[in-house]
Design a protein around this ligand. Structure first.
Ligand code: GLA
Length: 381
């Protein structure tokens, strides 16, 4: 049964009628441009065909009441008195309501059922999907116009200021603004974005190593601080403003660790813009090489890969149909992404399922994915 059907059926069972609004918002995978978003740089993610769905109807009062099918949990809160309580899924919904109200919007209450098929904790942005689905729901019942960058900023505030997670803007932007069949090149300073078609006859394949690491938050914050200190050294607002030439001219004055972190970000921004040219030219081979170079830089300079990611990337590259592969997302575990010849994608998946367990002792999950549309109202609104 599709997730849409699931939330619709559950809504009907609970409330005795069909939902008046159904929204969805997707997870994401990043092709290239990693750990660049919080440096005001460039990223090139795509929305995937896995999403969070909400079936709902507006209420006449200011309450929000929810059932989370995947967690077998219910929750409710009052829009006039939103309290922070732990890290339950409802906190993402509260955070969005809080951010939208802080921005001056008057929200209406609603009740609904939430479910999704974005794997949780795998680095495919199930939390951004939940935030953007909630944003769609609040906007639909409260008559607020959808503006993807604005909505993404509210999602980021939910992460940063409501949940205390210091993430960038990439995940929310792509979930809000994704386009079917396309990746987006996003300028994380201006939030301008450009849709780029995937090279002809290629498929994007997500390779979940099944490894997860607990200390991601602290390692992530440490990387951010190292980037900020490098930006201070160069006398700029963010590493986005340092050219390759300026970096090479002064790099030897930096301590080794800061130099490596800065080198990753500055060259990754350059690779991401070259990836844009490759996408425009439909040049899968060049795009794949840039992805391979990105992985090496994340592994050696930024130091956010792990053994399982390195192994799965090697397994991917052994296959003749693979143009390139790299770790994707924050790192330290989670998923890699590969660009492969579309006609060979199923064979490629078989290859990973056979070779990765042998090399790592772990069981992967492999998703051949389609680039999907961003957050949308599917019914009503
Ligand atoms: C996580 C964060 C993003 C981004 C990536 C790394 O997914 O949520 O903002 O920083 O890591 O590119």
């Amino acid at each position: 049964m599709s997730v849409e059907q699931q939330v619709t059926d559950a809504f009907r069972a609970r409330y005795g009628s069909a939902p008046s609004v159904v929204v969805r918002a997707p997870g994401r995978v990043n092709l290239i441009g990693e750990h660049t978003d919080y440096n005001d740089g460039f990223v090139m993610p795509l929305a995937i065909d896995r999403a969070t769905w909400i079936a709902l109807r507006p209420r006449d009062d200011r309450r929000v009441a929810l059932e989370f099918l995947d967690f077998n949990a219910q929750a409710a809160f009052d829009l006039d008195d939103i309290q922070r309580e732990g890290k339950q899924p409802v906190e993402y919904i509260k955070g969005m309501a809080w951010a939208m109200q802080q921005a001056g919007h008057t929200l209406r209450g609603w009740e609904g059922v939430v479910a999704g098929d974005v794997p949780i904790g795998a680095g495919l942005s199930s939390s951004a999907a939940l935030e953007m689905a909630a944003g769609r729901a609040f906007a639909a019942v409260s008559g607020i116009e959808w503006d993807a960058p604005r909505m993404a900023r509210w999602g980021q505030r939910t992460e940063n200021d409501w949940l205390g997670l210091n993430t960038g803007i990439m995940d929310q932007m792509i979930s809000a603004a994704g386009q079917a069949g396309h990746a987006l090149l996003i300028d994380c300073r201006s939030l301008d974005f450009e849709a780029l078609p995937l090279p002809p006859e290629t498929a994007v394949v997500i390779l979940d190593t099944s490894t997860r690491r607990g200390l991601v938050d602290s390692a992530y914050n440490e990387r951010r601080q190292q980037c900020e200190s490098a930006a201070r050294f160069f006398g700029v607002v963010a590493l986005r403003d340092v050219s390759l030439a300026a970096f090479e001219a002064q790099a030897d004055q930096l301590d080794e660790l800061t130099r490596k972190r800065a080198r990753h970000v500055i060259y990754e921004n350059d690779r991401t813009q070259r990836a844009r040219m490759a996408m425009l030219a439909g040049d899968a081979a060049t795009l794949g090489q840039l992805m391979n170079a990105s992985h090496a830089s994340l592994r050696d300079d930024f130091d956010v890969s792990n053994e399982a990611l390195n192994i799965i990337v090697d397994c991917a590259r052994e296959h003749a149909a693979c143009y390139g592969a790299r770790m994707t997302g924050a790192g330290f575990g989670g998923c890699a992404v590969a660009l492969v010849e579309r006609a060979q994608a199923a064979d490629f998946a078989d290859h990973i399922n056979a070779t990765y367990p042998q090399a790592s002792g772990l069981t992967p999950s492999v998703y051949i994915c389609e680039a999907a549309a961003g957050a949308e109202i599917v019914v009503g609104g």
